[in-house]
Write a protein of this length. Sequence first.
Length: 98
Amino acid sequence: MGKNKDNDELLRAQINDIIEADIQLGINEYLESKDNEQQAKGFGGEIPKEEGSELNVKVSRSEIDKILKEYKRIKKAEKSNLGQVQKLGIVDKNGNPL
């Protein structure tokens, strides 16, 4: 049971890192677009680059648990016998996938 908990914690950490990286990318793109808009308008000032460079994102553990549960369901379906048959791409006599 301990190995499962370790795997769950590792998956939670990976999911959290992916979400934080995606949010950071969105913030960076937003700040760059705002900077470009202000320069195009002839504002004349500059946005300090330090503004928005620090990201402190808190992702709800319950949301990560939902994602983890869905991930486990998908992996379980892939490992099932039917999932293995679907991977092989076997078709019935009429050419329809199984």
